[in-house]
Design a protein. Sequence first.
Length: 276
Amino acid sequence: MSAPVLSVVIPAYNNGRTLAETIHSVLGQQIDGLEVIVADHSSSDNTAEVMATFTDDPRVTLLTTEAGGGAKRNWNRVTEAATGEFIKLVCGDDVLRDGVLARQVEILRSSGAALTACRRDIIDADGQVLMKAWGLRGIDHPMTGAAALRKAVRAGANLFGEPASVMMRRDLLVEAGGWDDPFPYLIDMYGYAGVLLRGDFAPDPEVGATFRMSASQWSVVLVREQAEQAAGFHAWLHTEHPEVVSKADVRIGDLRAAVMARARKLSYRLLKRRMR
């Protein structure tokens, strides 16, 4: 039996209300060589029961993850179980658009890039669209991974989007050490950085995913901590890779991250009723 082309890995935690839709959005894609790995991070709701309804699909592997360890533990649990050439991580409340998997595999194969990312729609707790076709600002054309990282630092933002928007070469993610959380709210960006430092970036200009925004992700306190951790991430990149990120890049990025934090506070106040 040949190795899978693509691993879609789904770390789930208390996603009983949304997980079935997430998994169906993956399994409904027209692509050969797909494996899907789902791990329940010791949820207290019916996540395990929802997962069990997919037991009979031979493409699906179901796992459990010991409690504790934050997102890092479950993200690495599903990633370490993956065997595909390419990998996409989809959180248990996000949804993929038809065609995104085959399209992104082709982008990575044809370009030789290390990582691709698509635009996504931002939705509320009920699935209503808050922002359409979000993402890829300033990185909507092929470039080196280092150049893409520098643009993200100078923007003070995650220009690539949440993991459901991103596909990468699994061997490069493994080589980079998998997912780590010295800056917990930027665990995705830290992982992307490890891959992008090892190869090129090629964008997927289509809308390929939806990201569900919740109050727990967008509290005023969290916004402040995100800005502080963004500054820490920028400083780390400059210290470890001064040839990629300069002191000027860090200063600009820190300022923009602080401005965006204030904008997020306003967004939270305006949208909190829709993020429950």
